[in-house]
Ligand binder design. Structure first.
Ligand SMILES: Cc1cc2nc3c(=O)[nH]c(=O)nc-3n(C[C@H](O)[C@H](O)[C@H](O)COP(=O)(O)OP(=O)(O)OC[C@H]3O[C@@H](n4cnc5c(N)ncnc54)[C@H](O)[C@@H]3O)c2cc1C
Length: 362
C-alpha cells in the first residue's frame, strides 16, 4: 500500500497566481540557420509547452549548426530556458557567448512553467509533422532527457518525483485524465518514458479505483534558471539587457553569429506569424516539505478535476491546468483559478490519510 501525505490544499494557503505564454508554433519548434547580410542567424525557438524539456537538446542542435560558422564569438538573443541552455551548449563547443535579452530570470516565461519533463506538450499541431522535424524532435528529446537526468540530485533544481494519474475504469477514455495514464504519445521515442505501473484498489490513497504511477523529472524553474545563469557567467559568458525592435538593430552587434532564442519575440523580430501564445496559469500554494509526488487530474467525475495537475517544489506547490490558444493577456483568469484550486481541494480532501505518522511508499 502506497501511503502519501495529502496536499494541504485550501484557499488560505494560496500564495500567488502566475501567467505565462507558451511559444507555440503549429509546425513545431524551429532549429535552422540562415544568412542575414554578412551574419549567420541560427534559430532555436517555438518550444510550446516543452521548452524546459527540449532546451538542452535544441540548444545542442543549434550549437552544432553554429560550429560550421567561422567565428567563435556568439550573440544569444533571449535568456529563458532555451537561451541559457543554448548558451551552455555553445560554450561547451568553445564559443565566447554574450546573451542579449529584454528580460532575464525571474522575469521570463520560463519562470512561469509547471515544468515537468513533457517534451511533446503543446508542441506541434496534428498533421504538421514531417520526417526531418521528427528526427530533430527525437534527438532533442533524447539529449534533453539525458542532460536533465545528469542534473537530478545535484541541487540544481532538477529531481525525480513519482507522478500519479487517477482512473476508475481501465477501459475508459484516458485523455485528460493525466499524462501518466494517457495512451503513449506517438511522438515520443518509447524508451524516454517509463511505462506507468497500475496500482489497484487498496494499493493507493487516491479517490479512484486505479492509480497509474510513473517517475517524472521535475524542474524547479527559479533554482534551475538561477543555476544556468551562474553557469553561463562562470564559463566566461556575459549578459546584457537589451531589446531588439527590428532586424536592423541586430546589425549593430559585434558578433557575426547570432543564435535566436526569443520565443514569442520572434513573431515581431523575425516576422514568424505562425507563432501563437498558449496562455497558461499556475496558482501556488505554500510549500509542504512532506509532499514529494505529483498528480495529474482531479477527482474522477468532477468537472473541476479535468486536466488539472499538481507539482510540489521547495518554493511552493504549483497547481495548473490551462492552455488558451491565441490569448496574449497575462492577467490571471479568475474562473480558471477557482476551478484549479477547487479541483485540488476536492482531490486532496478525498485522499486517504497515512495510517502512520510518516508516509511511506511500500
Ligand atoms: C503554465 C505553463 C506550464 C508549462 N509547463 C511546462 C512543462 O511542464 N514542461 C516544459 O518543458 N515546459 C513547460 N512550459 C513551457 C515553457 O515554459 C516554455 O516552452 C519555455 O519557457 C520557452 O522558453 P524560451 O526560453 O524559449 O522562452 P522565454 O522564457 O519566454 O524566453 C524568451 C527570452 O527572449 C527574450 N526576448 C524576446 N523578444 C526579445 C527581443 N525582441 N529582444 C530581446 N530579447 C527578447 C525575453 O526577454 C526572454 O529572455 C510551461 C509554460 C507555462 C506557461
Amino acid at each position: 500500500m502506497v501511503e502519501l501525505v495529502p496536499v494541504n490544499a485550501s484557499w488560505g494557503r494560496v500564495l500567488r497566481t502566475t501567467v505565462g505564454l507558451r511559444p507555440h508554433r503549429p509546425g513545431g519548434f524551429v532549429v535552422r540557420a540562415e544568412k542575414l547580410d554578412a551574419r549567420t542567424v541560427v534559430h532555436d525557438y517555438g518550444h510550446g509547452g516543452a521548452g524546459h524539456s527540449l532546451g538542452w537538446g535544441t540548444g545542442a542542435l543549434a550549437a552544432d549548426l553554429a560550429v560550421a560558422h567561422d567565428g567563435r564569438h556568439a550573440a544569444v538573443l533571449g535568456c529563458g530556458t532555451v537561451g541559457l541552455t543554448a548558451a551552455r551548449q555553445l560554450q561547451r563547443r568553445g564559443f565566447d557567448v554574450t546573451i542579449y535579452t529584454e528580460a532575464m530570470p525571474p522575469h521570463t516565461t520560463s519562470n512561469k512553467a509547471w515544468a515537468g519533463y513533457t517534451p511533446s506538450s503543446g508542441l506541434i499541431a496534428v498533421g504538421r509533422r514531417n520526417p526531418a522535424w521528427d528526427a530533430q524532435f527525437r534527438e532533442a528529446a533524447e539529449i534533453g532527457y539525458r542532460e536533465l537526468q545528469r542534473m537530478a540530485g545535484t541541487n540544481r533544481g532538477v529531481s525525480w518525483v513519482d507522478s500519479y494519474g487517477m482512473l476508475n475504469d481501465l477501459r475508459e477514455p484516458r485523455e485528460g485524465r493525466g499524462e501518466s495514464t494517457r495512451p503513449r504519445d506517438p511522438l515520443m521515442p518509447a524508451h524516454l518514458l517509463t511505462p506507468p505501473e497500475m496500482l489497484g484498489p487498496g494499493e493507493h490513497p487516491f479517490p479512484s479505483t486505479y492509480a497509474a504511477r510513473a517517475p517524472m523529472l521535475r524542474i524547479e524553474p527559479s533554482r534551475y534558471l538561477d543555476g544556468l545563469t551562474r553557469d553561463v557567467i562562470a564559463f566566461g559568458g556575459r549578459i546584457t539587457l537589451r531589446k531588439f525592435e527590428t532586424l536592423r538593430d541586430l546589425m549593430t552587434l559585434d558578433e557575426s553569429l547570432i543564435v535566436n532564442c526569443t520565443a514569442l519575440g520572434s513573431r515581431e523580430l523575425f516576422g514568424d506569424t505562425e507563432l501563437v501564445p498558449l496562455k497558461g496559469q499556475l496558482t501556488h500554494l505554500a510549500p509542504q516539505a512532506d509532499v514529494n509526488y505529483s498528480t495529474m487530474g482531479g477527482l474522477p467525475g468532477s468537472q473541476n478535476g479535468l486536466g488539472i495537475h499538481m507539482m510540489p517544489r521547495s518554493d511552493g506547490i504549483a497547481l495548473g491546468g490551462t492552455s488558451e490558444r491565441g490569448i496574449w493577456d497575462t492577467t490571471p483568469d479568475e474562473d480558471a483559478r477557482q476551478r484549479i484550486v477547487t479541483g485540488h481541494i476536492e482531490l486532496f480532501n478525498a485522499m486517504a490519510r497515512p495510517r502512520t505518522g510518516s508516509a511511506a511508499a511500500v
